[in-house]
Design a protein around this ligand. Structure first.
Ligand code: FDA
Length: 584
């Protein structure tokens, strides 16, 4: 007999684990989450929070989204990625990033009801964790995962209470390993990984200092410092990152991975801070320092039987593009509703197989992207004549040559501009953030080909209702005049059917099939004098179906199926589609 029973045990209270627990509790599923430490993240590692992650928070409730917005630095402050010799020194160039360029901003506004923001992990985790615990999650801190065994009906996990030293067991239907980049759950499952750990070395230096005079006139979250030596190890370049404007900072500086990691003493931390800020008299209040390695590694299978891995446990990569915590939260959004449906008996256990089918390709994509982004600093170094050598005087001369009045210097300036603009693949890659499309048994094709991406798929989001894609956001209107996003009509743990005038038979069919399957299906009819109106015509343009057609939207906002017109037998069609998606 196990000491404790629950439906889902989650190991880890990082963005992945806390989000999953919050979503499970919101769906009314008994769950327990453990963390080997006594509290949540103690360093503000993740911060760039993209629209898709914010949509998950919005799905958890307007209060959750509002709290995140309240604590975040707004998008306007994120914008001018600065490349400089030091904060006090010469500026080499800058680019508008994270959706702050007017053209990019328009795309952001058109794509989502949410805004990108800068929310340090030290704020994000407590929001998610509090949401989970207040809605029913049983959380145990200072509790370490040791091992598990699974059988046909469930998983028995052994944990250690780090306060008493004693061990105890938890019996659950499912186990989720959200235990980070050194995941013991993943290791014990023996899941296959591709790639390499430890391809570069970085040190983090967290400190307080008022740097307003160097930055307030060019607000950004990232100030990239190009000095001789900046191209060694790490994330590609020296970085002074805003944590709180403009008095809390995190410096990321590389070290040679072939050497042992440096001991980041207060003296070394102060020296690096002074060097990157460019103020030899700078006094800092050091809050912490540590070293970490850059990884390039992802799981090609994220589950075995009743045990799943998510977040950094499955995808291990540098912070470039700011994808880690965002993708971790989205892994949770994908898995939580599936677990909830299975636990509630509304879906067969086969539904869970779609988790790895849908998320492992994303793991591969984001790890590859993040590591490529490091490599794409190369042309900037090249344009500046930073050759990775140790002759700092020569490098400085190369860098300064760009100011000369010679054809060579003009070519150098042009190369530098191009190389910096190319960094949009790291700092303004909206498509990477928003274009996730799934192909799995939890999606039923309507026989249409996947629409091609007309623009660069890494840079631009391409909305479509092609089954497997995320439901496009447009604003529609309640009869009261209240504006709501199409995403707000869906989600919150349930399937939703969207149709228009002439599609009322779909609504009836949803009632019939929902009752048959014991599955709540929310329905919305959109059109003039209907509960939801499309005054702008945006929905008519975005839906890619006729008025009497329908879309079935999964709880995670992805389109499960669509019918362009009214089917001859809507009940039979819905039954076929839902039974297939739910593995029943
Ligand atoms: P995470 O590592 O956060 O959490 C793991 C959890 O498991 C912890 O609670 C831990 O205590 C627990 N745990 C581990 N082993 C355990 C055991 N045996 N028993 C019990 N508990 C155990 N991402 C992003 O989206 N935007 C960004 O801007 C950045 N920026 C950034 C900057 C820097 C400098 C770094 C180093 C990283 C980022 N990231 C990022 C990445 C981001 O921090 C990372 O991807 C997420 O924290 C991953 O979340 P997880 O929940 O998967 O793991």
């Amino acid at each position: 007999m196990a000491d404790i029973e629950t439906d889902v045990l989650v190991v880890g209270t990082g963005p992945a684990g806390s989000a999953t627990a919050a979503l499970l509790s919101s769906a009314g599923v008994a769950n327990m989450v453990v963390n080997r430490y006594r509290w949540l993240a103690n360093t503000p590692r993740a911060h760039i929070t993209n629209q898709r992650a914010m949509e998950v928070l919005r799905d958890l409730g307007p209060d959750v989204e509002a709290e995140a917005v309240m604590h975040a630095s707004p998008q306007e402050l994120m914008g001018e990625n600065v490349f400089c010799e030091s904060l006090a020194g010469e500026e080499i160039g800058r680019m508008k990033s994270w959706g702050t360029h007017p053209l990019s901003k328009a795309e952001h506004l058109l794509s989502s009801p949410t805004f990108m923001n800068d929310l340090p992990q030290t704020f994000m985790e407590p929001i998610l964790f509090k949401t989970a615990c207040s809605r029913g999650t049983q959380a145990r801190m200072s509790t370490e995962y040791l091992s598990h065994v699974q059988d046909e009906d469930g998983v028995t996990t052994t944990l250690r209470d780090r306060l008493s030293g004693g061990t105890f067991t938890v019996r659950s239907k499912f186990l989720v390993g959200a235990d980070g980049g050194n995941s013991l759950v993943a290791e014990q499952l023996g899941l296959p990984f591709e790639g390499k750990m430890g391809v570069g070395g970085s040190m983090n230096i967290l400190f307080r200092a008022d740097l307003s005079k160097y930055v307030a006139h060019r607000p950004s979250v990232l100030y990239w410092v190009m000095q001789p030596g900046a191209d060694v190890g790490g994330i590609g370049m020296g970085l002074v990152r805003m944590v709180r404007p403009w008095n809390e900072w995190l410096i990321v500086w590389g070290y040679d991975i072939n050497q042992p990691p440096p001991d980041v003493t207060p003296e070394l931390a102060t020296e690096v801070a002074r060097q990157l800020v460019g103020d030899p008299a700078l006094e800092i209040e050091l809050l912490g320092a540590n070293t970490w390695t850059v990884n390039n590694c992802f799981a090609t299978n994220m589950q075995k039987g009743r045990v799943f891995i998510m977040g950094d446990a499955a995808h291990r990569h540098p912070p470039s593009n700011g994808l880690g915590s965002n993708t971790s939260i989205q892994d949770g959004f994908n898995l939580a509703w599936k677990l909830a449906k299975v636990v509630k008996g509304q879906a067969g256990i086969g539904l869970l197989d779609s988790y790895t089918v849908e998320r492992a390709p994303i793991a591969r994509q984001i790890v590859t992207r993040a590591n490529q982004s490091i490599a794409e600093f190369g042309p900037i170094f090249e344009a500046l004549g930073m050759d990775g050598g140790v002759d700092h005087e020569k490098i400085q001369k190369n860098m300064e040559a760009r100011c000369d009045a010679t054809p060579a210097a003009e070519a150098q300036r042009e190369a530098l501009r191009k190389a910096m603009a190319f960094k949009k693949y790291e700092f303004d890659a909206h498509g990477v953030e928003m274009n996730q499309r799934y192909r799995s048994d939890a999606v039923v094709t309507d026989g249409q080909e996947e629409p091609a991406f007309e623009k660069d798929r890494e840079l631009h989001y391409a909305p479509t209702t092609w089954p497997g894609a995320r439901l496009p956001h447009v604003w529609v209107f309640e009869r009261s005049g209240n504006k709501v996003s199409t995403l707000d009509l869906c989600g919150r743990g349930e399937f939703t059917l969207l149709t228009g005038i002439g599609g009322e038979a779909w609504v009836k069919a949803a009632e019939t099939v929902g009752a048959e399957l014991g599955l709540p299906i929310r329905t919305h009819v959109i059109g003039p004098r209907r509960p939801i109106e499309d005054h702008t015509g945006d929905w008519a343009r975005a839906s890619e179906i006729r008025d009497a057609g329908c879309l079935i939207v999964r709880p995670d906002h992805h389109v499960a199926w669509r019918s362009e017109t009214l089917a001859a037998d809507p009940v039979a069609e819905l039954r076929r589609v839902l039974k297939s998606i739910l593995a029943r």
